[in-house]
Design a protein around this ligand. Structure first.
Ligand code: GLA
Length: 658
């Protein structure tokens, strides 16, 4: 029998007495659990006093899980330092931009730049590796936890020193830094690296290049910490793969995960649904595609999501009918080979006691438990999917430094949200069931038939050239407003906007006209636009849409230019949903891109390709039964499909196609 897809959760047995831990194993079997993350927040339990260890409970846990055939992603246990450590070494605590010290009492109260903390974390990691490296349950190392989750930026003195070292490596000389940072402005010229600080709270806008470099440094610095711990694990246990759980979603801005991916043996992601968003499943699909992008197309692990409500949003909505299964299998459809939750058993105490889990407070006689068991059975039946891949004809460029840059202060508008721009285009493609690869700026775009580039504010010459090459080679490329404006140092590309893409697009914008809250412009096809307009001259392109009202009436809002074997489109404004859909349809039609399958509105379809076989995932977000044309075998219900698969309201089907 083929092994199913992996299934599990964070497991925190240290929160429970022995009788509960013993009961857990039976329940895990019932649910079909195959893997658990253990020990993430266990440092204070494992080392209650400096140098004194208590491993008994963890030894027993690993033995018990192994006996039940469950594998373990074992943590380095470094995700939160124990109280004795922060009391002895308060200098390891991180600081905010205004000098506020982040104290212990929550979690993650450490500075990754603190050499003292680093030493303790390395020692703990080595202790774990030496003790458990040969344990038969050990399948994967889980380094720390959600690095940067609460403290993406640390402004402490240790961080300032690390930032200076990072700048010296980047620029070599202080003269080069002065040029890059444009310090001729506002008397900011530096005489030596020693004078440079992180962008701590200042009387007014901090130097924007300093802000951008601090964001780059901070992402790199967290990665450096990961690498240091990872290297110890590789040294002691070279046979065990290593990962850490990323937070790929529109809600996590500060870690450039594309630059982290090469250091992870397998990419693992945590994703939580935006409960306030009636189309949270679209953001979920986006995050799953982004995870696959970071993984370079390889299968990945969904390391955490929730069975139902979380505890940390303003309103913590319980999941609706079938939602947990749909969420889980959407991740699988988009490349996950394992589905895990935070957490196994809902805590009785602590800040996360109202966060759902696989075993809820109310026990087994609950919807959550029944759905947990049902999902385990579904994943058990999806073994054939393991290792298969998703293919896409459309690339959407998603770039962390461009996100940081686009949302800097002292810009034409403070209302621009990079992820809103990205999601607007992603959503239009999602509605057409066209699968999208999310790639960073500078990625090789050859082979894609459509390339979408929303608001890529800062762009290198190299990345701009890759976009032009894609159009020359035959792709339909769409660039949207406030793209190509500056180089990697946040220096404006002079001569008219959108600087780096001006020639490719055949346009020249002379001035921005951002709109006020609620203000709209009508376009000549009756659709509307908001947020942003600009005065754009045609310089080789033709106008596809023009403004019908406002000060720019008659000026182009959307343009198109034939380039080489392809086409370059420009959207100079934020189009409404209909306007966005029309442009997407035009791009897909001219590029000959088809959906994964024809399906009714609200039904999501994605295909994974294996060797000589393919798997059609149909996720029904509607309240009605639907059918989708296909042939083969539906794996969850184990039934043959001849012509069309019927997917129940709120349900999912996975057809191995013949
Ligand atoms: C994160 C953490 C977990 C838990 C969940 C709650 O993902 O990694 O420890 O706090 O959030 O949603």
């Amino acid at each position: 029998m083929t092994r199913g897809l992996d299934y599990g959760a964070d497991y925190n047995p240290e929160q429970w007495p022995l009788d509960v831990r013993l009961e857990d194993v039976g329940l895990m079997r019932e649910a079909g659990v195959t893997i658990l993350s253990v020990g993430i927040f266990s440092w204070a339990m494992l080392e209650p006093r400096e140098g004194e260890h208590d491993f008994g409970w963890l030894d027993d846990t690993l033995d018990r899980l192994h006996g039940a055939g469950i594998r373990v992603a074992l943590a380095t246990a470094t995700a939160s330092p124990p109280p004795w450590l922060t009391r002895k070494h308060p200098e390891i605590l991180p600081e905010l931009a205004d000098g506020t010290v982040l104290h212990p009492g929550g979690r993650q109260a450490y500075s990754v730049s603190s050499p003292v903390f680093r030493d303790y974390a390395l020692r703990m990691t080595r202790t774990m590796a030496e003790r458990y490296g040969e344990h038969p349950a050990l399948a994967l190392w889980h380094v720390d936890n959600e690095l940067g989750c609460h403290v993406p930026h640390d402004y402490s003195d240790d961080a300032a020193a690390a930032f200076r070292r990072w700048l010296e490596r980047r620029y070599g000389t202080v003269a080069a830094l002065n040029t890059a940072w444009g310090t001729a402005f506002w008397s900011q010229r530096y005489g030596s690296f020693d004078e440079v600080l992180p962008p701590r709270t200042a009387p007014t806008y901090a130097n924007p290049t300093q802000q951008l470099d601090f964001a780059r440094y901070s992402s790199d610095e967290l990665l450096v910490h990961y690498r240091a711990l990872r290297d110890v694990l590789r040294e002691v246990t070279p046979h065990v793969p290593t990962t850490t759980n990323l937070m790929l979603s529109t809600g996590t801005k500060w870690m450039d995960y594309f630059s982290w991916a090469g250091d992870l043996d397998v990419v693992a992601n945590d994703h939580y649904l935006r409960a306030h968003d009636p189309e949270g499943h679209v953001e979920l699909a986006f995050s799953a595609d982004l995870t696959r992008g970071v993984a370079g197309g390889d299968p990945w692990i969904l390391m955490e999501h929730s069975t139902s409500a979380v505890n940390w949003q303003p309103r913590n909505r319980a999941k609706g009918e079938g939602e947990m299964l749909r969420n889980s299998l959407t991740h699988v459809a988009r490349g996950a080979d394992a589905v895990m939750f935070f957490q196994w058993r809902q805590s009785a105490a602590g800040a996360e006691k109202f966060h759902s889990a696989m075993v809820p407070h109310a026990g087994r006689d609950t919807n959550v438990w029944r759905r947990t068991v049902e999902l385990g059975a579904a994943l058990g039946a999806l073994g054939p999917v393991r290792g298969s891949r998703v293919r896409a004809d459309v690339a959407l460029v998603f770039d962390y430094p461009a996100w940081w840059g686009a949302e800097l202060d002292s810009h034409p508008t403070q209302a621009l949200r990079y992820t809103d721009e990205v999601l607007a285009w992603y959503r239009a493609l999602w509605r057409r069931n066209v699968t999208v690869d999310l790639v960073p700026a500078g990625a090789d775009l050859t082979g894609y038939r459509v390339v979408v580039i929303p608001t890529l504010y800062c762009v290198t010459d190299h990345a701009a050239a890759a976009v032009a090459r894609a159009a020359e080679a035959g792709a339909s490329v769409l660039v949207t407003f406030f793209s190509g404006i500056v180089d990697e140092h946040d220096h404006v590309r002079l001569g008219g906007y959108p600087g780096a893409f001006r020639d490719l697009l055949g346009v020249r914008t002379e001035e921005f006209f951002p709109l006020l809250d609620g203000e709209r412009r009508t376009l000549d096809d009756g659709t509307s636009s908001q947020l942003w307009t600009e005065k754009t001259h045609l310089a080789g392109a033709e106008a596809v849409r023009t403004y019908a009202d406002g000060p720019l009436a008659g000026w182009p809002a959307v343009t198109r230019r034939a380039v080489g074997d392809g086409v370059a489109w420009y959207a100079a404004t934020r189009l409404d949903e209909t306007g966005t859909a029309r442009v997407v349809d035009a791009l897909l039609t001219e590029a000959g891109v088809a959906p994964a399958a024809e399906a009714p509105d609200g039904v999501e379809v994605v295909r994974r390709h294996g060797e000589g076989t393919s798997f059609l995932f149909v996720v029904n977000h509607t309240g009605a039964d639907v059918t989708v044309a296909t042939h083969g075998r539906e794996l969850i219900r184990a039934t043959d499909v001849d012509g069309e698969v019927r997917v129940p309201a709120h349900g999912v089907a996975v057809v191995q196609e013949s």
